[in-house]
Design a protein around this ligand. Structure first.
Ligand code: CA
Length: 408
C-alpha cells in the first residue's frame, strides 16, 4: 500500500520541538478535521492556568507534538524504522495525533459527573461516524480500527502501542516538556535528543542503551518535579474542585426537574447518560461551553449554583489544608454547616498519589527497560539508584490527605 504524500513538506514552528514536520496527506487532513480543531478549545492542563498564568497551551498543540515525537521515533530510531512497514508507521503517527481526541473540558472534574474515560471517546471518534473516521476510512475499511487498536493496546504488534503509550513514549515526552515550558518550571526539562539516540528495540520491546542512563534518570526526575510542582499543585486542584462541584449541582438540579431560566442543553446528554453520548453531542462540549453556562448560572435562583458559578468565574477558590485526623475534618465540616454551607458542595477530600515511576517485573513492556552492554535487558530500578529511591518513596505510595473548603 502506498500512502499519498503532500507536494511539499508542511512545517509548523513549535517552541518545544522547533518544527513539526508533515509529509503525509492523511496527517494534514486529520489535522484539519473538526474534531482535531475542537482540541484548540481545551487547555492541555485544565485549570492549571489559574496558578501558572502562562499555562494556556491547548490539547491541540500537545497532540501535534505527540505526533512529531512519534514521527521521529518511526523515521529516525534505526531499529524502529527497519522493523515497521510504511503502513504501520503511518498508523502510529495517526494514533499519536489522535490519542487525546476524546478529551473533554477539565477532564478530571468532568469525568466525575459523566463517568466515561476520555479514551473511550477517542476510540469512538476514530471508529464511528466522524470526520476523523471518514478520513481514516479512505485508506481502507479496516484502517480506523487498526489505528484505534494502538490506543486500546490491542494491536497484534505491541511495539506500535509502546511508541504512543508506555513509560517513555511520544505522548509523555511531549507533555512533560510542553508543560514545563508553559508553566515556567525548568526542572521538568530533559534531553529528548539523547533519549531518541539511545532508543533500541530488543525482542520487540523498546529498550534504551545503558550509556543513556543519565538522560533516562533526568527524564524520571523531570516527571517527579512536574508532579510535585505542577500537576498536584493544591491551588489548581482547588479550581478543578469548584468546576466539579458546579457541574454536580447543575446535574442534580437537572435530574430533580429544576426549572432553569436557560436549560444547559449541551450538558444534558452528559447528565442523563451513564455511558457514551454520540460523537455529535460530544463535539459540542468544550471549555467555552462550561464558561458560558457558568455565566448563565449567575442569573439562576439556586443559591448554591450561583455561588459556585461566581467562584468559578472570579477565581474565588476553596482553601486547602493537609490533615491527618478525622476529628479535625469533622470540626471543619460542622463549622461549614453552622455557616450555611452544604458540605456536599463545600467540603472535599483528596489524597493525590504520585506514581512517578514504580517497580516493574523483568521484560515488562510497560516498564523502562535498559539494554546492558552484554545484551541483557534490565528494568530501570535494577540499574538506577535514583529511580529505585524514588519508586520506594512516600510520593509513589501514599499521598497526603488534603481537605478543601471555603473560608468563613
Ligand atoms: Ca496526551
Amino acid at each position: 500500500m502506498k500512502f499519498e504524500k503532500l507536494n511539499e513538506r508542511k512545517v509548523s514552528r513549535d517552541p518545544i520541538l522547533g518544527y513539526i514536520n508533515i509529509d503525509y496527506k492523511i496527517i494534514w487532513d486529520l489535522l484539519n478535521s473538526k474534531e482535531m480543531q475542537r482540541l484548540r478549545r481545551i487547555h492541555q492542563l485544565g485549570g492549571t492556568f489559574q496558578v501558572f498564568p502562562s499555562a494556556e497551551h491547548s490539547r491541540f498543540t500537545h497532540s501535534l507534538g505527540t505526533y512529531e515525537n512519534a514521527r521521529r521515533i518511526v523515521e529516525e530510531v534505526k531499529d524502529v524504522k527497519n522493523l515497521l512497514s510504511e503502513e504501520d508507521k503511518v498508523k502510529v503517527m495517526c494514533a499519536a495525533l489522535l490519542h487525546d481526541i476524546g478529551h473533554g473540558p477539565f477532564s478530571h472534574a468532568f469525568e466525575s459527573i459523566h463517568p466515561v474515560h476520555h479514551e473511550k471517546y477517542s476510540v469512538q471518534i476514530i471508529e464511528k461516524n466522524s470526520e476523523v473516521h471518514q478520513i481514516l476510512k479512505r485508506v481502507n475499511p479496516d484502517f480506523p480500527n487498526d489505528v484505534s487498536s494502538i490506543i486500546k493496546k490491542t494491536n497484534e504488534n505491541p511495539l506500535l502501542s509502546q511508541i504512543v503509550s508506555s513509560q517513555i513514549d511520544a505522548d509523555r515526552m511531549d507533555y512533560l516538556l510542553r508543560d514545563a515550558y508553559f508553566t515556567g518550571t525548568p526542572y521538568g526539562y530533559f534531553d529528548v535528543e539523547r533519549i531518541l539516540r539511545v532508543m533500541k528495540v530488543t525482542n520487540n520491546i523498546i529498550t534504551f542503551k545503558s550509556s543513556g542512563i543519565s538522560a533516562i534518570e533526568n527524564y524520571v526526575m523531570g516527571r517527579y518535579h512536574m508532579y510535585n510542582q505542577v500537576y498536584y499543585h493544591p491551588t489548581s486542584i482547588s479550581y478543578e474542585i469548584i468546576i466539579l462541584k458546579f457541574l454536580h449541582r447543575f446535574k442534580e438540579l437537572y435530574l430533580n426537574n429544576y426549572k432553569f431560566k436557560q436549560v444547559p442543553s449541551i450538558l444534558v446528554p452528559f447528565f442523563i447518560n451513564e455511558d457514551l453520548v454520540s460523537n455529535e453531542e460530544h463535539f459540542l462540549l468544550d471549555e467555552s461551553t462550561i464558561i458560558h453556562y457558568a455565566k448563565n448560572a449567575m442569573n439562576e435562583d439556586d443559591l448554591i449554583l450561583k455561588d459556585l458559578a461566581r467562584r468559578l468565574l472570579n477565581r474565588d477558590l476553596f482553601k486547602y489544608k493537609v490533615i491527618d485526623n478525622e476529628e479535625e475534618i469533622e470540626k471543619i465540616k460542622q463549622e461549614r454547616i453552622k455557616n450555611g454551607f452544604d458540605p456536599k458542595y463545600y467540603l472535599h477530600q483528596e489524597r493525590p498519589v504520585q506514581v512517578v515511576y514504580k517497580k516493574y517485573g523483568r521484560q515488562d513492556m510497560t516498564a523502562i527497560n535498559i539494554l546492558t552492554p552484554n545484551g541483557e535487558i534490565k528494568e530501570l530500578n535494577e540499574v538506577s539508584l535514583v529511580v529505585k529511591a524514588l519508586s520506594q518513596s512516600r510520593y509513589t505510595n501514599k499521598g497526603e490527605l488534603t481537605v478543601f473548603f471555603p473560608l468563613i
